[in-house]
Design a protein around this ligand. Structure first.
Ligand SMILES: Nc1ncnc2c1ncn2[C@@H]1O[C@H](COP(=O)(O)OP(=O)(O)OP(=O)(O)O)[C@@H](O)[C@H]1O
Ligand SMILES: [Mg+2]
Length: 263
């Protein structure tokens, strides 16, 4: 199934929040969604209420566990999560070393069974900046999404994110861009969004409004769709999910799964 990797050169821009809620949006459209957490913060599970009851994940025994599917948890209708889990320094280093040595091969081995499943979409959440995990994931990815804010420093990073300055990588499709936390009352936000639309329209997958509902939803350990379905950010993320679906499955109709409203 297609693997989508979400990354950002900057920390704290909203990757984990987006992965969690985009996963819910895709599941609400009828897709089977598998979320994988590649960040030691282990924060993706907080969006699904696993924090207290679940300390386990794939990292503690990443090398020894042949098929990481055994660490997968069903967290909502149509959504499975592979949490990073609690891991000590030696366990984290073992994973890091394997990723540095042959990251793509290592991930292909341990995620092979999931990647080979016919239906669904995998969304990978990553730590900020360049990491061995991101490098390996990007080799395997069917689609890469880079998340930025609509501010001056994000704008300065745009050429690097879109890889316009890296001719050696031109064989690879550049990442799709999402601008997050746009506040239309702020002129700088509007200007940056307009600039990106003008200069990189084909790469712009969508924009997400600044919306406290997203932060409030995770505080309640639920998605923005469950917490405030009519929030602006929920609409924005649903729109992005529809575009993604069309990009990944251009020839297929979505067959809605029975939605019991627990997402
Ligand atoms: N569109 C938005 N509107 C308002 N707040 C948002 C929005 N998106 C994310 N946030 C908030 O921004 C903060 C950072 O979000 P998040 O943890 O998802 O970022 P991250 O990129 O995963 O961070 P890190 O780089 O540390 O992994 C959180 O408090 C989250 O609720
Ligand atoms: Mg994060």
């Amino acid at each position: 199934m297609p693997l989508i990797v979400v990354s950002s050169p900057k920390g704290g821009v909203g990757k984990t929040t987006l992965v969690a809620n985009l996963g819910v949006a895709l599941a609400r459209q009828g897709r089977q969604v598998t979320l994988i957490d590649f960040d030691v913060q282990n924060a993706l599970q907080l969006h699904f209420g696993l924090a207290l009851k679940n300390r386990s994940g794939y990292v503690a025994r990443a090398v020894e566990t042949a098929d990481w599917r055994r660490n997968i948890v069903a967290v909502a209708d149509g959504i499975r999560l592979l949490p990073y889990g609690t891991a000590d320094a030696a366990q984290r280093r073992a994973l890091e070393n394997a990723l540095v040595a042959d990251g793509a091969g290592f991930l292909r081995n341990h995620l092979g069974a999931i990647l080979a499943e016919r239906d669904g979409i995998i969304l990978a959440d990553t730590a900020p900046g360049p990491t061995p995990a991101l490098e390996a994931l990007e080799t395997l990815a069917d689609l890469r999404i880079a998340l930025l804010l609509s501010d001056a420093t994000s704008l300065a990073l745009l050429p690097r994110v879109l890889e316009a300055e890296q001719p050696a990588r031109r064989d690879r499709r550049p990442p799709q861009l999402i601008l997050n936390q746009i506040d239309l009352r702020r002129r700088l936000n509007r200007d940056v969004a307009a600039f990106v639309r003008q200069r990189a329209a084909a790469a712009l997958l969508g924009t997400v409004r600044q919306d406290e509902s997203l932060a409030e939803a995770v505080a309640q350990q639920e998605s923005v769709f469950a917490y405030a379905a009519h929030a602006g950010a929920a609409q924005d993320i649903a729109t992005i999910a529809q575009r993604l679906d069309r990009m990944l499955f251009p020839d297929h109709e979505t067959v809605p799964r029975a939605n019991t409203g627990h997402n």
